[in-house]
Design a protein around this ligand. Structure first.
Ligand code: ADP
Ligand code: ZN
Ligand code: ZN
Length: 782
């Protein structure tokens, strides 16, 4: 590579850079041919060469420059240097005092990726930097992080065509020959450490274009992956429903979204596995998104047991280093990538399909921070842009996806039967006791199940001993001082005291800010000493069960008890043992675990969950009950039962659950949503804000509202409603007040347009930086 130091030769142009930190716009920078570039073309040599665009005409150079889009750069911002990514190339810039790019770093995104990201940002009304700040892992935000993916060198084509004469440079000759005779190239590390070749020697060879860099070593590149190479074990013989679903998936070409709506245990995972097999054999990779990796070790092991192909795992517990590496592109080899929502944009070469398992799950939605994206939306964007199929799967699909499937926008694939077991029998039961949720009837059921050498799983959606403590005299309920919520009462038994370490044996905790208080001896209001726990949580159920079943093993599975990874793993091991035992837990139980010996599932106190002011309360309660029920009787030949405790057995949703008819639940809920014009029949976006002082948030949101209302009138826009500011369901959290302004319309385009104006107004009035705010598109909790 040639270095031109002559000033007349220097060619400059402009690049638009999006930083990796949440600023509200992109900046222009200038690039000259003197800017160091880290290996411009893939496989091209040089870790700090010099950009040589000046030799080509402007058009040609723009072609080359295209490859600059998606590369990280180091640029000056104020007095420091920051990392960002090039998102556009320009002939001119409207910026004054355009600064120079310090250094062009490694490529992260392709040109196509950047175009998709621009669309996503337009959809969520955020700037690219705001989006990157959320999605890019820490390592990539740090300057000059190079993939520790080893760097390999191979002889360049040039050197093969014209063998060099290095007789006067012994060290270089030696090194060159080593590299030339290596079969797949040589690792830099090896050259430096084992062969004692200096970095300078390598650099000289690079400068002479005698060797070039390879990103990874790919053995026998020309060999295609065959079925025998790929499979460690062969797939199961599919049921009728499974093969119908698979056939449809295999026959889709280009972009198509399918919804696999299959009851728990219908063998959805087996369908994924066999679909993946076919995609890998087409020499493509598959991205599988799951709600929470930790909760589905069984699913992971099924992939590891089946395939020889590389399987990458990406989620928040994976080290920064590995996450950084995966963002440097997952190689050309067909691979499987299993990750949580933030994996949705991982650059993957040759991506052949995307699967979202448990597509209804709320954790696909980023529910805090500036950009509250939904991995489901983004997966669809991405699949659409790449013209590849996407599969959404669930036993309890979201209303949105089901509606889209019914309207023919998605292909609906249904599986109504379990693959190798019968569905449990569901019973709706009343609590006949005033003193305990575990009444005589339930005690008998538990007794019988244990007697049949099976396990009992008891679900209650509340951790702690009781959600409140109440004064018998004045009915005062002890509240958190920093939140607008009751304090819940926790009471540990002796063994647990040690485990939890710091906490006292009995305490009051706030489930919103996490503060821990002593249990008062007297009522905070009337000084009466008659204060009692009100309601039930997992600890209280555990205490009751210990009394009734003193000789049975009891495990409690909730956030207080299973807070660390090791504890979780221990518990998973314990659960696997098939001896009769009692398992008590919160929704942590509902997900993923394949309890094979559970004969009875008991869902306590469901009335509370079904009625809450959250518009999605019924939907999530129904999903939860279905998922929990699905834990029963997953073993072949086992008959199993689910008992749902309720005071209102006639509630249509419960009736549908009793008949395993989630489709009916969907229809009921869709009917309600249509009548109230709520999503998915409308598009709902919150402008969320918060402040320590209530009047301040209110004032800010109200100002926006008035401005937006004026705009609606001026432009005669009739199909958007703006209302609020309304406080959040828990309006005060940790001494901060949370409120929202609500935008609602039947037209998606309209809402997005409104939000764009809203954002512009905030930036123009400098409200943007003064307040903390975010848009929440289709909120989960409202
Ligand atoms: P889902 O993901 O729908 O809950 P899974 O794929 O986990 O269902 O399957 C549930 C159980 O059924 C698993 O134990 C699995 O091994 C078994 N299974 C799935 N498909 C078949 C099949 N075609 N033949 C026999 N067993 C199957
Ligand atoms: Zn009192
Ligand atoms: Zn609190």
């Amino acid at each position: 590579m040639v270095t031109h130091k002559n000033h007349d030769d220097v060619h400059t142009f402009f690049v638009e850079v999006a930083l990796f930190q949440a600023v509200h716009d992109n900046f222009d920078y200038q690039i000259t041919s003197n800017v160091p570039v880290f290996s411009l073309n893939e496989g091209e040599a040089s870790s700090s060469s010099v950009y040589t665009a000046h030799q080509s005409s402007i058009n040609e150079s723009f072609n080359v420059n295209h490859r600059l889009i998606g590369r990280r750069v180091l640029v000056p911002v104020g007095r420091t240097d920051k990392v960002g990514v090039i998102v556009d190339i320009k002939h001119t810039s409207t910026f004054r005092n355009v600064k120079l790019v310090n250094e062009v770093l490694d490529p992260v995104f392709s040109y196509a990726d950047i175009q998709i990201i621009k669309k996503i940002c337009a959809f969520y009304n955020c700037s690219l930097p705001e989006f990157f700040s959320v999605i890019i892992p820490k390592k990539l935000k740090e300057a000059k992080f190079l993939p520790s993916n080893e760097v390999f060198y191979e002889a360049s084509l040039f050197s093969k065509l014209t063998p060099p004469n290095l007789s006067r440079a012994k060290l270089q000759k030696n090194a060159f020959e080593l590299i030339l005779h290596s079969q797949h190239g040589l690792a830099r590390k090896l050259l430096l450490k084992k062969y004692n070749i200096s970095a300078q020697t390598i650099q000289s060879l690079l400068n002479k274009s005698l060797i070039q860099q390879k990103q990874t070593i790919v053995e026998n590149k020309s060999d295609v992956l065959t079925k025998d190479d790929l499979l460690k074990e062969s797939g199961l013989a599919l049921t009728c429903e499974q093969s119908t679903a698979l056939e449809v998936l295999l026959s889709t070409e280009g972009y198509a979204c399918s919804l696999l709506f299959g009851v728990t245990g219908s063998g959805k995972t087996e369908v994924f596995l066999q679909w993946c097999e076919q995609i890998l054999l087409k020499q493509q990779s598959v991205l599988i998104l799951v709600p929470e990796i930790n909760l589905s070790p069984q699913t992971l092991s099924r992939f590891f047991n089946r395939f020889n192909a590389p399987i990458h795992i990406y989620h928040s517990d994976v080290s920064d280093k590995i996450r950084g590496e995966l963002w440097h592109g997952i190689g050309c080899e067909p691979s499987i990538i299993i990750g949580t929502r933030s994996a949705v944009l991982l650059p993957i070469k040759n991506l052949g399909a995307i699967i979202l398992d448990e597509e209804h799950d709320g954790s696909f939605k980023q529910s805090s921070g500036k950009v509250r994206y939904s991995a489901r939306d983004i997966a669809l964007f991405r699949a659409n842009a790449y013209r590849i199929p996407v599969l959404l799967a669930s036993a309890t699909p979201s209303l949105e996806s089901y509606k889209n499937a019914k309207e023919g926008k998605y292909q609906l694939l249904q599986m109504k039967h379990r693959a190798n077991a019968a569905l449990p029998k569901v019973h709706l039961i009343k609590n006949e006791s005033k003193d305990s949720l575990i009444d005589v009837q339930l005690q008998e059921i538990i007794h019988q199940t244990l007697g049949a050498q099976q396990q009992v799983l008891i679900f209650i959606n509340q951790r702690g001993y009781s959600p409140k403590i109440i004064c018998y005299h004045c009915k005062h309920i002890e509240q958190c001082k920093r939140c607008d919520a009751a304090l819940s009462f926790h009471q540990l038994d002796k063994n647990e005291e040690q485990q939890e370490g710091m906490k006292p044996n009995r305490y009051l905790a706030c489930h919103h800010c996490g503060c821990v208080n002593n249990v008062p001896k007297i009522c905070g209001k009337c000084n009466s000493s008659e204060i009692f726990p009100l309601g039930y949580g997992t600890q209280r159920i555990e205490a009751d069960l210990k009394m009734c079943f003193p000789n049975t093993e009891i495990f409690r599975i909730d956030r207080d008890n299973v807070s660390t990874k090791t504890k979780r793993a221990d518990l998973a091991e314990k659960i696997k043992e098939t001896t009769p035992k009692l398992l008590i837990g919160t929704q942590m139980l509902a997900k993923g675990h394949d309890f094979s010996s559970v004969g009875s599932v008991i869902i306590l106190n469901t009335d509370g969950v079904l009625y809450s002011s959250n518009f999605k309360a019924q939907e999530s309660a129904a999903q939860l009950m279905f998922q929990v029920s699905g834990r029963a009787g997953r073993r072949f030949g086992m008959s199993s039962h689910v008992y749902i405790q309720t005071m209102n057995q006639d509630v249509p949703i419960l009736q549908s659950i009793a008949h395993h008819d989630y489709e009916k639940v969907l229809q009921l809920l869709l009917g309600d949503r249509e009548a109230t014009c709520m999503p998915p029949f409308s598009h709902l976006v919150l402008l969320r804000s918060n402040h320590a002082r209530e009047q301040v948030v209110f004032g800010f949101l109200n100002q926006i509202k008035q401005n937006m209302e004026c705009m609606l009138v001026n432009y005669k826009i009739e199909d958007v409603d703006v209302y609020g500011p309304i406080p959040d369901l828990i309006s005060k959290k940790n001494a901060v007040h949370h409120m929202s302004l609500v935008f609602k319309s039947r037209s998606r385009g309209r809402v997005i347009e409104m939000l764009r104006c809203c954002r512009q107004y905030m930036i123009q009035e400098k409200l943007n930086a003064k307040f903390s705010w975010s848009f929440d598109y289709n909120p989960v909790d409202f």
